[in-house]
Design a protein around this ligand. Structure first.
Ligand SMILES: NC(=O)C1=CN([C@@H]2O[C@H](COP(=O)(O)OP(=O)(O)OC[C@H]3O[C@@H](n4cnc5c(N)ncnc54)[C@H](OP(=O)(O)O)[C@@H]3O)[C@@H](O)[C@H]2O)C=CC1
Ligand SMILES: N[C@@H](CC=O)C(=O)O
Length: 397
């Protein structure tokens, strides 16, 4: 079979994983001919042929010998410009850039149709977990009702280290950065934005609707305080950043927020950089997938599997679905642990109270409003069953 020739953009955590895997294994049938980087002088822990690096994007984009572009840079605007130019030159692209895909999703898929090329991005969502492939192929014959996902390895790593191993936030974040899990600006991870990008992409593949990430309400883990950690440890609970979306009565609702889970929940065993997704669908009911959501080789694997899709002309992410389902950012009343307030907060239905925190019955939008006055306000959803157990002293030590 013909060996494909590829041009690679980006030789960082993911790019170098892809390069090494392709170098070490002939079975992929793809050779990297040229690599664009930002800083050609940078020291790299890789053996590279002379002259393979460039800082000129057009050296790759204008090279008619190259069949495929692999886009793995850390700048979404620049990445979009590369993808557009590649499409205009008739080249198909594989990318792992969730921010770029989420921000320009509809436009990219329309351009892809216009230019008759292919565009795959499995690595953009949950690293090595083939969730887009599942949603596109398996769930095409079913009707997805909801998706719940731990979709950010950095946050899950931090929360695992803090609650499970008593590490402090700053050390856990630094370790996640050193391990290559975090984004260039880790605010994107800890604020919940990265999860929101991935959720918006999954919403399209699950429900066929483009929802701009900014429309999805979010609350990250960047204001986490000791009280929630103590509370979780005291009740043998784990803390997870969860992105969720559901379809009900022709409307999609979605949000990203931290939640407490107990040992009966699928997410309880997801630790460190692992991600997990529970898909609930009409015929299949609930299914749960779990795998490494960040890191060099796990993400490279998703890119490599898309290179295979290109070679064999598979249908993943091929269709541009058009559905008239509305998105609504309305939120319903749920039970929340809240802390991080200086003065008493009035007007809330308080279910339990200690000096430094409340357990309240309220809705996400009300909390977002309260945060404007109480800047350090932090909240975590407590599912009803967990609250009942706590109330009945069932899980108290
Ligand atoms: N790290 C992870 O676990 C995962 C990352 N991703 C996504 O994959 C992409 C790459 O991430 P990651 O490898 O971690 O990022 P890194 O920061 O490790 O590497 C980024 C690479 O992009 C290069 N680069 C930046 N700007 C340009 C440009 N304008 N032209 C050419 N090259 C450029 C950099 O060059 P130089 O080396 O010279 O600085 C560097 O090699 C991002 O979109 C990220 O969100 C997705 C899933 C998991
Ligand atoms: N920063 C991201 C990398 C993978 O998408 C994460 O931590 O999940």
């Amino acid at each position: 079979m013909k060996k494909f020739k590829a041009g690679l953009f980006g030789l960082g955590v993911v790019g170098s994983g892809v390069y090494k895997a392709l170098q070490q294994n002939e079975k992929y049938g793809v050779s990297i001919e040229k690599i664009a980087v930002k800083n050609i002088e940078k020291e790299r822990n890789l053996e590279l042929p002379n002259g393979i690096l460039t800082t000129e994007a057009d050296e790759i984009l204008d090279n008619t010998d190259l069949d495929i572009i692999i886009e793995l840079i850390n700048d979404p605007k620049e990445a979009f410009s590369i993808v557009k130019k590649a499409f205009e030159r008739g080249k198909s692209v594989v990318s792992a850039n969730k921010k770029m895909v989420a921000l320009y999703h509809k436009e990219i898929l329309e351009l892809r149709e216009k230019h008759g090329v292919k565009f795959f991005y499995e690595g953009a969502v949950c690293g090595s977990v083939p969730i887009l492939r599942l949603l596109d192929q398996h769930y095409k014959s079913d009707q997805v009702k909801s998706i719940k996902a731990i979709a950010n390895g950095t946050c899950n790593f931090i929360l695992s280290k803090m609650v499970g191993e008593n590490q402090d936030y700053a050390t856990a974040l630094k370790d996640a950065q050193e391990l290559g899990f975090a984004e260039l600006d880790p605010y994107s991870d800890v604020s919940g934005e990265d999860t929101r990008f991935k959720l918006s992409i999954m919403i399209y593949h699950a429900f066929g609707v483009f929802v701009h990430p900014n429309e999805i309400p979010l609350h990250g883990i960047n204001h986490l305080d000791e009280h929630i950690k103590d509370f979780a440890q005291k009740h043998h609970l784990k803390l997870k950043l969860v992105g969720e979306a559901q379809q009900q009565n022709g409307k999609i609702t979605a949000k990203v927020e931290p939640q407490l889970v107990n040992e009966s929940h699928d997410f309880y065993t997801i630790e460190n950089e692992y991600n997990g997704i529970v898909v609930d669908a009409e015929f299949s009911g609930e299914q749960f997938v779990k795998g490494k959501g960040a890191g060099s080789f796990p993400t490279a694997l998703a890119v490599l599997s898309n290179l295979k899709d290109l070679k064999y002309d598979l249908a993943i992410a091929k269709s541009l679905v058009k559905k008239e389902i509305e998105f609504s950012n309305k939120s319903k009343r749920e039970i929340y642990f809240i802390s991080g307030f200086e003065n008493e907060i009035s007007g809330l239905t308080i279910l339990d109270q200690e000096e430094k925190y409340y357990i309240v019955n309220t809705d996400f939008n009300r909390l977002i409003n309260l945060k404007q006055e109480h800047l350090n306000l932090y909240w975590v959803k407590i599912p009803q069953d967990i609250f009942n157990k706590i109330k009945n002293h069932e899980v108290l030590i």
